[in-house]
Write a protein that binds this ligand. Structure first.
Ligand code: CO
Length: 133
């Protein structure tokens, strides 16, 4: 698999409005995009850090996987996303190598990326996202 860089780090927050000022006023980043991903029941806010982004995730419903994550573990780092050249091939390679997939086929994520999640059971408990532009 050809991973070029960490595309983003996903961070679960209860409320974007409360979370954003730390990133803007302390770290000096600019929130350049706020976007709702209806399918995943989250509202996202993005900051650029070099080639990598920070993706804040606020659940929009109790049934959101991010709401369940916060309930269990509290706010904090939720997932790490790697940029791959060809997500379909990367998923096939993962499957061949015995990695449990959450998404067998890529779907549309925030920022118009094609994304797929690998199961934490197979990744040393780190929820891992692959994405392709
Ligand atoms: Co993500």
């Amino acid at each position: 698999m050809n991973i070029s860089h960490i595309e983003h780090i996903g961070i679960a927050v209860k409320d974007l409005k409360t979370a954003i000022p730390y990133y803007e006023e302390v770290l000096g980043f600019i929130c350049y995009n706020i976007e709702e991903v209806v399918e995943q029941k989250v509202k996202t806010a993005f900051f650029k850090v070099g080639e990598t982004k920070i993706e804040l995730l606020e659940p929009t419903s109790e049934e959101s996987p991010v709401a369940k994550f916060i309930e269990k573990k509290g706010e904090g780092v939720h997932h790490i996303a790697f940029r791959v050249e060809n997500i379909t091939e990367a998923l096939a390679e993962c499957e061949r190598k015995g990695v449990q997939l959450i998404d067998k086929t890529p779907r549309k994520g925030a920022e118009n990326l094609n994304i797929a999640f690998l199961h934490p059971k197979s990744t040393g408990s780190v929820l891992t996202e692959l994405c392709q532009e």
